[in-house]
Design a protein around this ligand. Structure first.
Ligand SMILES: [Zn+2]
Ligand SMILES: [Zn+2]
Length: 270
């Protein structure tokens, strides 16, 4: 069975999560993870964003102490918002350069760089939750913005493509393939994740499976994602946070229902 060693998508109370950074790390250690990333929403998220980008640097300062206390690697990243149709994101370069992981995702609660695009692009997407017609109508624009963000920024992966804001997954996977950017299977939300896996397989794009946890009990909770990977026969080689070529012995160390295993992996994102 495919095993993961890391959860690279969690939210602390610095954005819209309920947890302190320490609670995230403690929960990840309890799950038997070797690595966890705290990836709060970018500052332009309406009601969900971090107060200011400089708080990521504050989180960075806490990471080493927490890693030592819980004997687990702690990464600090951001789930950036795409804030223009040209692919701009809401993390300044000087902060992005300090992060271990940079994610970008489309969210229909965001202040764009220009107020006009908030009205003409984001608002119709927000209303699209009530209208299939609007959702479809915005697909091409969403695809253009996300693809531009993939080309413009050095992203580790894109979060939940196709959730809340419809995109052409084939086009997005092609951009990811060009740029060496992975695509996420988000275990914390229900959307058409089979389609994401199929597009990634077609274009040879790496996948990552994460919890998107906002509460302690969800950290490392990726069971739904793992079932989808198994169903689509995805090889561990194509999953960035999966163990590669682990000996069968390690399975004995994993607890029931836990997809992670010991000992610590040497893989590290920079
Ligand atoms: Zn998100
Ligand atoms: Zn998230």
């Amino acid at each position: 069975m495919l095993q993961l060693y890391a959860d690279w998508h969690t939210h602390s109370f610095y954005s819209d999560g309920s947890m302190t950074p320490e609670e995230i790390v403690a929960a990840a250690a309890r799950r038997g993870l070797d690595e966890v990333a705290i990836t709060d929403h970018g500052p332009r998220g309406m009601f969900i964003g971090i107060k200011a980008a400089r708080f990521y640097l504050e989180l960075k300062k806490q990471a080493a102490r927490l890693a030592e206390k819980y004997s687990i690697r702690v990464l600090i990243g951001a789930e950036a918002n795409v804030i223009s149709l040209d692919g701009d994101i809401d993390i300044p370069d000087e902060v992005a350069g300090e992060l271990d992981i940079l994610i970008a995702g489309l969210h229909p609660q965001v202040w764009c760089k220009s107020f006009k695009q908030t009205l003409t692009w984001i608002l119709p997407n927000w209303l699209g939750r009530y209208s299939g017609w609007l959702r479809e109508m915005m697909r091409e624009t969403n695809t253009r913005a996300l693809a531009a963000a993939i080309y413009k920024n050095r992203l580790t992966f894109i979060s939940h493509p196709g959730l809340m804001m419809d995109v052409d997954l084939d086009e997005i996977a092609r951009a990811c393939s060009d740029r060496g950017c992975a695509m996420e299977i988000n275990a914390g939300h229900r959307y058409d994740r089979d389609k994401v896996i199929k597009a990634a397989l077609k274009w040879g794009v790496s996948l990552v499976v994460n919890s998107d946890a906002h509460y302690p009990e969800s950290v490392g909770e990726v069971a739904e994602g793992m079932v989808l990977l198994e169903k689509n026969r995805v090889s561990p080689a194509q999953v960035l946070n999966a163990r590669k070529g682990q000996p069968v012995l390690e399975v004995e160390q994993a607890t029931a229902g836990n997809f992670y295993s010991h000992p610590a992996s040497s893989r590290r994102l920079t």
